[in-house]
Write a protein that binds this ligand. Sequence first.
Ligand SMILES: C[S@@+](CC[C@H](N)C(=O)[O-])C[C@H]1O[C@@H](n2cnc3c(N)ncnc32)[C@H](O)[C@@H]1O
Length: 292
Amino acid sequence: MPWIQLTLDVPDDLKDAVVGELSGEGVAGVWESGEPAPGWTRLIVYAGVTADLESMQRSVRLLFVRSQCPEPVISRRSVEDQDWTEEWKKSYSSFPIGNNFFVIPSWSGYACPEDRFPIRIDPGQAFGTGTHETTQLTIEAIERWVEPDQLVLDLGTGSGILAIASRLLGANHVVACDIDPVAVHVARENIDRNAEDKVWTFCGSVEAIRSGSVRLGLCNLTAEVIISLLPEIDRVLEPRGIAIFSGILREQNEQVREVMDRYHFTIHEEASRGEWLALVAEKHGTQVHLPA
Ligand SMILES: C[S@@+](CC[C@H](N)C(=O)[O-])C[C@H]1O[C@@H](n2cnc3c(N)ncnc32)[C@H](O)[C@@H]1O
């Protein structure tokens, strides 16, 4: 069956909104195929022949207009069915991430620069290729906050990339979990591929973690999930433990900060890239009990 391929360039600030708009019915996948200019991403969208292309293009144009960007040029062509995983693999290559790491697709024989740790990843169906701003912001924060002899909790591990990075930087024990069993399987394979010991994985979430046991929590989730899990994250952190919160849209900053304030977290750092924000926060020394 043939597919329709749409190609368009979007400003990085608009990328996630456009991908969200395009992830509706009839769309098989949206790929980021490169950076046509600084601050811009080229998106390639594959849609079934029955998809309502006119309506999709209208919604995308509307997003541009609302953001006061010139209307995008959207090119369209028909492509034959193919092995999509193999096609995607061609677009995922090695790249540096943070100051210390170099991501290498597991199927590539690319050599790692001597001054960086290699992270060999096959993301499969899991989130965590390393190309997303939210992962990059978290890795950069890990580089500043991880210390030896710590227990690190990677909450929502996806491909396992953050767990691997933490261990490479000397975290003594890492526990990585995800509510998606496919992600846990992928993470386990990637952790083993990188020969990382002392990294435990399980399918589930923060509820399974012992109170007061975590020194550094990695939470690249969404603002909604962070807010709903904050009481549990507070419970599992040691007094004065640190949590790195990522996956927050800039416009959600106040909302997230307000809830963190209620739980008496002190925010030490705020970093942003594109439309995304990461916060590094310290838990208050004693457990805070809030009225229901
Ligand atoms: C944005 S991805 C982050 C993946 C990876 N850690 C990274 O930084 O690239 C978020 C992951 O959190 C998982 N997740 C969502 N809600 C969760 C929850 N309540 N507990 C644990 N994991 C969750 C999702 O399945 C997904 O794999």
